[in-house]
Design a protein around this ligand. Sequence first.
Ligand code: HEC
Length: 126
Amino acid sequence: MSTLRRWWLVAVVGLGLGWGWPLQAADLEAGKALYQQYCSTCHGPEGKGNGPAAAAMQPKPRDHTDGRYMNALSDAHLFKVISQGGAAVGKSPLMPAWQGVLTPQQIRDVMAYLRTLAVPPYRPSP
Ligand code: HEC
């Protein structure tokens, strides 16, 4: 193997291990922290839709553990409703818009965490 090709290998493997993996793992952790900070007042600390602010709301904040409902929502839909709010998808305007508060990356982090709450578990369609 030439020196050049060896360097390529080091670079590619290094990028994969150094950036790819921790980013993936950090996404979920970051998403969980963001969810607790911004979403749990309404959606509840475990995502069951029963946060302290939920009592007065009609319709109730969505139960994110309800996989039968949540798993049918596409990533595109989730991104839209989280960034632009409930009204943008014909839902309650009490679901706030988070663009401007959360970056697109943070919204994706929260989505990754949201997907882990579903029962039955979320399986991305192939
Ligand atoms: C002020 C209360 C409140 C906060 C804070 C809030 N939500 Fe909501 N959310 C709602 C309500 C109310 C609904 C139900 C809307 C409906 O069914 O018409 C909802 C619905 C949703 C839905 C389901 C949308 C659909 O198409 O059915 C998702 C996903 C969601 N919220 C994500 C989030 C995320 C992520 C956060 C935090 C970044 C968050 N929400 C913070 C009130 C809130």
